[in-house]
Design a protein around this ligand. Structure first.
Ligand code: G4F
Length: 375
């Protein structure tokens, strides 16, 4: 029988790849999105617009317990992937309260609703390598202690502990994924990898003169998001729920990332990268490197995309994007603006023009009637 999956955060990088994977596996895929996204599909749904005819989207919010209850009652999922979160670490220094509210309270409400309305549903929680924080040793595995450096990390640890509690006290099938950084051409521009590839592409085309970054010495274990969502699915297929580190086992600095990205377009990063204190965090995580051996052993998961190939894919996608924008006749400043923010979607990752009529006609609320369901 066809299995039903519910994804919170389906509009994000991971949500979009996961929806593709689950559709390929024959699932009936439902996604939870905020009402604001439904009101503004051209801006918020760009990563999943090619999937819209095949999935069902429900307006609900982690901030509304009632909407979560209605959603679970209505969808009755076999598997729920909880990816929605305030996931930008820097923002959590500016607004600690909303990060905690969304990530902790939202997760708690979802778990409580699950317990009441879909207790047989398997649940995946998106933990994070940020939870390790100020690490004393490496590589980090499932037994490494947490030492959070941001309220984002604290909120993820609280979510992680809530999940363990619901698993142990209430017998719900819940897996925590401790995912290290995972990137792709669908990564948001606020994260360092995409900021670098996007800006390097602009510089190459003469559309920007520099890139301002913070801590160049921070080291991360970067993998490809498309491979990491496979691990999420694999976790929920195991006979018993458990927690897993998902990582490549290699670490590289932001500086090395710049070096590879710029050299791919024939530039020397030293000529273009400027350090700006504005982007230095009050407390940063200096070095992350994961040990995915448990996932190798039990799930049979391993990464295949090497980090330099990931960078190549990202920068080539950014270059394509900008060339296409130029091709559809936009002024350079529009291209830059588009590439700087969410407006990037208007240039599209597939053929898509900027005319509002086209946007409304193709993706406006009216044309999506029937596909969106209120929770
Ligand atoms: O790309 P980042 O913003 O990712 P970060 O903070 O590691 O968090 C990401 O990965 C986590 C998994 O470990 C997720 F849980 C989380 O949701 C998110 O997806 O920053 C990476 C590093 C940091 O050390 C930061 O200080 O890059 C450094 N950095 C240097 N200059 C910068 C910049 N980061 C950003 N975003 N922007 C800069 O200009």
């Amino acid at each position: 029988m066809k299995r039903t999956a519910l994804i919170t955060g389906i509009t994000g990088q991971d949500g979009s790849y996961l929806a593709e994977l689950l559709l390929c596996k024959g699932y009936d895929v439902h996604g939870m999105v905020r009402h604001a996204a439904i009101e503004s599909p051209e801006h918020r749904l760009w990563r999943i617009r090619h999937l819209l005819p095949e999935i069902r989207i429900h307006g609900a919010s982690l901030e509304s317990y009632a909407s979560l209850c209605k959603l679970l009652q209505h969808v009755q999922p076999d598997e729920c992937y909880h990816l929605a979160a305030q996931s930008y670490v820097s923002y959590s220094f500016e607004d600690e309260f909303s990060t905690m509210q969304t990530n902790v309270r939202g997760t708690h409400d979802l778990l409580a609703a699950l317990k009441q309305f879909a207790p047989g549903c398997k649940f995946y929680f998106a933990g994070s390598s940020e939870m390790f924080g100020k690490v004393e040793s490496g590589p980090q595995n499932e037994s490494t202690p947490f030492h959070p450096r941001s309220t984002y990390a604290i909120s993820k640890i609280a979510g992680f502990d809530l999940c363990r509690y619901y698993r142990e006290a209430h017998g719900i099938y819940i897996c925590n994924g401790i995912l290290f950084n995972h990137e792709s051409p669908r990564r948001g521009l606020e994260f360092v990898t995409r900021k670098i590839t996007n800006q390097a592409a602009k510089i190459k085309l003469g559309l920007a003169k520099e890139i301002r970054l913070g801590n160049l010495e921070a080291r991360r274990d970067w993998g490809h998001a498309r491979e990491y969502v496979e691990a999420m699915w694999m976790m929920l297929q195991q006979p018993k729920p458990d927690d897993y580190v998902i990582a490549t086992g290699e670490t590289h600095s932001v500086r090395e990332f710049c070096e590879v990205a710029f050299s791919h377009v024939g530039l020397d990063y030293l000529d273009w990268v400027k350090v700006d204190p504005e982007f230095i965090r009050p407390a940063d995580v200096e070095c992350l490197i994961g040990d995915p051996s448990k996932a190798h052993r039990i799930l049979g998961w391993s990464n295949e995309v090497y980090w330099t190939d990931l960078i190549k894919e990202m920068i080539e996608a950014d270059q394509e994007e900008m060339k296409r924008a130029i091709h559809v006749g936009k002024a350079p400043e529009q291209v830059v603006r588009a590439a700087q923010g969410r407006a990037l979607i208007q240039t599209g990752t597939t053929n898509f023009t900027l005319r509002p009529a086209t946007v409304a006609g193709a993706y406006g609320k009216d044309s999506l009637k029937g596909k969106f369901e209120e929770a």
